[in-house]
Ligand binder design. Structure first.
Ligand SMILES: C[S@@+](CC[C@H](N)C(=O)[O-])C[C@H]1O[C@@H](n2cnc3c(N)ncnc32)[C@H](O)[C@@H]1O
Length: 382
């Protein structure tokens, strides 16, 4: 097991699953919400992304639901689980996210296998050059997070990637760089800004880069050579699915749990990305709960939930499905019910709830139980 696998074992098995609704669909959502453990299929485990949907859950829904058109849309596409599963199933996929890193990861996870050879060749050369010495450009905020020789290796890797002529290969190489910048740093993890003492021997950052690039190459080899995946920067409360979407499948942020956009600060710096558009408009962000307090922030979250669900539902085809995975939030150590407001917002948007399932899982870190819901709604055929 490598380090990433230890850090990301996937969700534990549920201790209980409850289902409601049409028997066949309830059985489907009950099965889909219960998946656990890490999935090694295709590109799913390339690059960490917090609170990703379980790939088997997306696969079950995509493979089973009888939709009026093949298009699948994820308005909070994050690390790209849904677009990747849609691609593997041969279905056209689209998505939005407010985080430029989310889009970068999604595009990498759904890239064309034809670029794998170029990626391997370029990464071998870059890893060798990264061990040389000399001045390199380092992002200002990076200085406090790395040992000096690690900083040098990362800076040189980035400088060499900038020289790569093929833009598709260059983007994949930047995604590889992004996949190692937290691991090589003093940061505890993607989701924690805490510093941990950490020594990485000289030369091993370049080796890690090369290893991750080869891994990505092997993963891309498992993807189909063709398919349509279109993701773009967009606010799910305002940007809906394209015409002819038969399934909206998504997992929005759980209220008060993460700050998705700011938590990628180091990655924006290394990839020269501007996160400012995404800093406003993040649904359910933890910082909003901290600054506004539980009651007011919950009122905003409910309003945002109604807004994004109405926006997505409006363009869903009659007979189309809308599936949402959402866990109960956590604010000040107290749970926040997400099921009631989600069901209410779907019904207000004119959809019918076909089935739903809720799974309880142990949260060992907080010595409690967390509940995750999968709600399946349908646009009536008028
Ligand atoms: C739970 S994650 C999605 C994970 C994704 N399903 C996956 O499997 O990787 C929620 C995502 O919502 C994004 N987000 C938050 N507010 C948003 C908004 N208003 N519009 C679009 N995306 C938003 C965050 O950047 C984050 O990537």
């Amino acid at each position: 097991m490598n380090d990433d696998a230890r850090r990301m074992p996937g969700p534990p098995p549920p201790t209980a699953v409850r289902t409601v609704g049409d028997p066949d669909l309830a059985a489907l959502v009950g099965r889909a919400v219960a998946h656990h453990g890490r999935v090694e299929r295709a590109t799913h485990h390339f690059h960490t992304y917090p609170a990703g949907m379980h790939p088997d859950s997306a696969r079950d829904l995509i493979g089973t639901l009888d939709t009026p058109a093949p298009g699948i849309h994820d308005p909070f596409c994050g690390g790209g689980t849904v677009p990747t599963e849609a691609l593997l199933a041969g279905r056209p996929a689209s998505g939005t996210d407010l985080s430029p890193i989310a889009l970068w990861v999604t595009r990498t996870r759904t890239a064309r296998p034809e670029h794998a050879g170029g990626l391997r060749r370029a990464s071998r050369k870059i890893a060798a050059l990264a061990r040389e010495h000399g001045p390199v450009r380092i992002p200002e905020i990076a200085h406090e997070w790395y040992e000096p020789h690690v900083l040098d290796e990362l800076g040189r890797i980035r400088a060499e990637v900038e020289e790569v002529e093929d833009p598709s290969v260059q983007k994949l190489l930047l995604a590889v760089l992004s996949s190692i910048v937290i691991k090589a740093s003093f940061r505890e993890s993607d989701t924690s800004n805490r510093r941990r003492p950490y020594h990485r021997p000289p030369g091993t950052t370049a080796i890690l880069f090369h290893k991750k690039a080869r891994e990505l190459g092997r993963m891309l080899d498992q993807l189909p050579g063709e398919g349509e995946v279109r993701v773009r920067l967009g606010d799910a409360r305002r940007v809906g699915p394209p015409k002819r979407t038969g399934l909206v499948l998504t997992s929005p942020p759980y209220p008060g749990v993460y700050d998705y956009v700011p938590m990628q600060q180091l990655r924006y710096a290394w990839l020269d990305l501007d996160p400012s558009r995404g800093m406003v408009g993040e649904v359910g962000s933890r910082r909003q709960f901290r600054s506004q307090g539980r009651r007011d922030a919950l009122a905003v979250w409910r309003k945002d939930t109604r807004a994004w669900i109405a926006c997505q539902a409006e363009r869903l085809l009659p007979g189309g499905f809308f599936a949402i995975t959402i866990g109960d939030g956590l604010v000040g150590g107290r749970p926040v019910d997400t099921l009631g407001p989600t069901v209410g917002a779907l019904e207000s948007a004119g959809l019918t709830i076909a089935a739903r399932a809720s799974a309880d899982r142990p949260d060992h870190a907080r010595a409690t139980t967390r509940t995750e819901h999968l709600v399946l709604a349908r646009r009536p055929v008028t």
